[in-house]
Write a protein that binds this ligand. Structure first.
Ligand SMILES: *Cc1c(COP(=O)(O)O)cnc(C)c1O
Length: 362
């Protein structure tokens, strides 16, 4: 059997009629950027997260870079960030001229809250919490540390749409929360897009200006902005998907549960869930000392897997200038050498799930 890591086409087919109708309605409207579809999606997404405002943007990376810019975090400032994250989390910091200060993860792949305080200096301005793989970070403790040191708490929710911590939605804990709707994300568009959510009216206004050349009124440019708008087509398609999001979330949960119950092999470490944390299973990540052998064995059996992520940002060529070396973040580096993501996507069949389980157990 051939099992791809992802099959976006199945997600489309699931609600094909509704997506087609939404797309054609945008085409026929004659209005393609900054219109009713965007407004409607922003309203609906803010409501879904439980925050006051949502601003639709071009990508998750734009959400991150504009979040730091809106808070005036830049040159000379430091931001605490997990060492084991996707590089975009870090790019959002460095694009503003600020310095990332890496912190090792705990066994749930999120910030190890025991290690944060020793990294805080007079220059620290913010903590960026990333809810990696879909599991909420320990937001209660992160909130406490942020208030104690008067730091902004910012959330990277690119992988955690709809996940909660102690019953409170990820995206409602921070001053600003950043979302990506890249096609493979849990709430994925049919192209690039992202958003920020916030309860702060001033931040909402500022990011609305920043995304549109720094203007509220056309040609009246108050600040230096960029072009980062979520277009009408993506907004309309996202609106359709958001309506069905609960169903999609339950589907991912069902697949993850089958993997958790079914996979049983002493060479494999399964993901675990922290008390009070919810997991929306953006990725199902196992670990193995024999990771590369497991990956090629599965490939030989037709099962495609991925590694999230093989090179941690501190060891990337791009961040060579920060001066880190191998061994600086041993937990992160160990994860990079042992993690493996299994196929988990909308429309995966029981037969496919069972085949993955059986092949791993064999
Ligand atoms: C995908 C992702 C981003 C970036 O989102 P884009 O829309 O691809 O720019 C940022 N952070 C994390 C954790 C991500 O997974």
């Amino acid at each position: 059997m051939e099992i791809k890591f992802n099959q976006l086409i199945r997600g489309y087919q699931k609600f094909k009629d509704e997506y087609d109708k939404a797309a054609i309605s945008v085409l026929e409207s004659g209005w393609y950027v900054m219109g009713k579809e965007l407004e409607r999606f922003e309203y609906k997404f803010a409501e879904f997260i439980g925050s006051k405002y949502c601003v639709g943007l071009n990508s998750g990376l734009d959400a991150l870079r504009l979040a730091f810019r809106a808070l005036n975090i830049g040159e000379g400032d430091e931001v605490i960030v997990p060492a084991n994250t996707f590089i975009a989390s870090v790019l959002g910091i460095t694009e503003n001229g600020a310095t990332p200060v890496f912190v090792e993860p705990d066994e749930f792949y999120n910030l190890d809250t025991e290690l944060i305080e020793e990294k805080i200096t007079g220059k620290t301005k913010a903590i960026l919490a990333v809810h990696l793989y879909g599991q909420a970070a320990n937001m209660t403790i992160l909130s406490k540390i942020s208030s104690k040191y008067n730091l902004y708490l910012i959330e990277d929710c690119a992988q955690s749409h709809g996940a909660r911590y102690e019953g409170k939605m990820t995206g409602t804990w921070g001053a600003i929360s950043c979302f990506s709707f890249y096609p493979t994300k849990n709430l994925g568009a049919f192209g690039d897009s992202g958003a920020i959510v916030t309860d702060n009216e001033e931040i909402n206004e500022k990011i609305k200006m920043l995304r549109n050349y720094g203007s509220k009124i056309k040609y009246h440019n108050e600040i230096l902005g960029i072009n980062s708008r979520l277009d009408e087509m993506q907004a309309a398609l996202l609106y359709v998907k958001l309506k069905h999001y609960d169903e999609l979330r339950l589907e991912r949960e069902m697949i993850a549960k089958k993997y958790l119950d079914g996979i049983n092999n002493e060479n494999i470490i399964l993901p675990t869930i922290r008390n009070a944390a919810e997991h929306v299973w953006h990725l199902f990540v196992i670990r193995s000392r024999k990771r590369n052998e497991v990956q090629s064995y599965l490939a030989n059996k037709g099962i495609e897997t991925r590694i999230h992520y093989p090179i941690p940002p501190h060891l990337s060529e791009a961040y060579g200038y920060l001066g880190h070396k191998a061994g600086d973040f041993p937990v992160t580096e160990d994860y990079a050498n042992t993690v493996l993501s299994l196929p988990l996507y909308e429309g995966m069949t029981d037969e496919e799930i069972d085949y993955v389980i059986k092949t791993i157990n064999d």
